[in-house]
Design a protein around this ligand. Structure first.
Ligand SMILES: O=P(O)(O)OC[C@H]1O[C@H](O[C@H]2O[C@H](CO)[C@@H](O)[C@H](O)[C@H]2O)[C@H](O)[C@@H](O)[C@@H]1O
Length: 383
């Protein structure tokens, strides 16, 4: 694949081929065992001549869909309490040896942060707001909003979300932050002439308060294509009960959280069939969501690098970026921080999973506790 290595253009010149590498789909098909009557009357089953649903019936595809958002489990927090530790508790605690809690390791983190400027990057869904069935109702609590507002007073803070920029701003509603929507493909950052000049996708604008800002939209040319695909996806999933298509401006999310598991393969197949016609778009798995996005060399990791540059905080020994996120797409940011030995990724997860993060937090309530602790630490260290 020939990437334009020039930092100014993240657009791929040679679209990735359809198939395994692009869609994560294996060619080995599982037999479609259900009959037409197993589906609701409204649902048209995409059938192939050989009686198989192709591609997406592969076990890896469905496994990825199933494992994309494990059910929340209660962890026995207190090691000394009376209830016996379950196998799951033990597995989680073992996992935490590798990814220690950012709360219990707080002193270690702040010791390292002494004399450094912390830059904070936060994912939204599953990090600042709990995962809920209806994506339109993923509100963050007032207490969390206060915690984010306070932390942003002390450290430059940005939200990097898969949602559209406008939607995530609507949920968070704080003007003291920087926002990057569409997995970092729609960034509103501080004005720094050199950064705009360096990037052909950047331009100056004003924010909601009339303040000068830099906008960076590396996938701008994909807007018409995304609009077209959005329409097709809405149309093709409209008869699947519970399926929901969300417009994230430069990306499209197809939610299957509320679809009966028996029909997940149908959702995947329909999405796959549409995307066959769009080699410049790719599909990634989020938490019970299929995310359609442009094939460009840009992700949350690149967005972190871009924002650090915009904030004048890149290549500074005295800067410690901390990124907190729960999703697969956050791994790109964790990786950038880990590989560059630049800062800490903190994975929000209640279940053990492999990650490029250094630390972990169990859920948004622990994220809030961590943010509050940062503020207390900063205030006390300023005395
Ligand atoms: O990068 P993020 O801010 O984490 O956004 C990723 C996706 O988050 C949202 O979906 C997820 O949260 C929903 C609300 O809790 C939940 O219903 C859904 O199952 C999750 O996948 C958002 O709706 C997507 O568009 C984002 O891509």
């Amino acid at each position: 694949m020939d990437l334009k290595s020039n930092h100014t253009s993240p657009v791929l010149t040679d679209p990735a081929p359809l198939g395994k590498s692009r869609l994560g789909v294996h060619s080995s098909l599982l037999t479609y065992s259900g009959s037409g009557t197993a589906f609701p009357a409204l649902l048209t089953i995409p059938r192939r001549k050989n009686g198989f649903l192709d591609d997406v019936r592969s076990s890896s595809w469905l496994d990825a869909m199933k494992s994309s958002s494990p059910p929340h489990r209660k962890i026995t927090k207190d090691v000394n309490n009376d209830s016996p530790a379950t196998e799951y508790d033990i597995a989680y605690r073992t996992w935490m040896v590798k990814y220690p809690s950012a709360l219990t390791s707080f002193e270690q983190i702040t010791n390292y942060a002494k004399g450094k400027r912390i830059a904070l990057f936060l994912d939204y869904d599953g990090t600042l707001s709990p995962i809920v069935d209806n994506p339109d109702c993923a509100f963050m609590s007032d207490a969390m909003r206060r915690a984010v507002r306070r932390v942003a007073k002390h450290f430059p803070t940005a939200i990097i979300s898969g949602r559209s920029h406008d939607k995530v701003y609507e949920f968070v509603g704080l003007n003291e932050l920087y926002y990057a929507g569409s997995h970092g493909m729609d960034i509103m950052g501080p004005v720094r002439q050199s950064v705009v000049g360096d990037h052909r996708h950047g331009f100056q604008s004003t924010d909601r308060q009339g303040k000068d800002v830099n906008l960076f939209q590396p996938a701008a040319e994909f807007l018409p294509m995304i609009g077209e695909v959005l329409k097709s996806l809405v149309e093709t999933t409209k008869d699947i009960e519970g399926a929901k298509v969300e417009n994230n401006k430069f990306c499209v999310s197809v939610h299957y959280r509320n679809v009966d598991e028996k029909y997940w393969a149908v959702v995947a197949q329909r999405v796959h069939d549409i995307l066959k016609n769009y080699p410049r778009l790719r599909l990634t798995h989020g938490r019970k969501v299929l995310e359609v996005r442009p094939v460009i060399n840009w992700d949350k990791g690149k967005a972190v690098t871009f924002l650090l540059e915009s904030l004048g905080l890149s290549d500074c020994e005295d800067v410690l970026p901390i990124y907190i996120g729960d999703d697969r797409t956050d791994e790109d940011a964790f990786k950038v921080l880990r590989e560059g030995n630049r800062g800490y990724g903190i994975l929000v997860s209640a279940v053990p999973k492999e990650s490029n993060a250094f630390y972990s937090l169990r859920d948004p309530s622990e994220v809030m506790e961590f943010l509050k602790s940062l503020v207390i630490w900063r205030k006390s260290s300023a005395l």
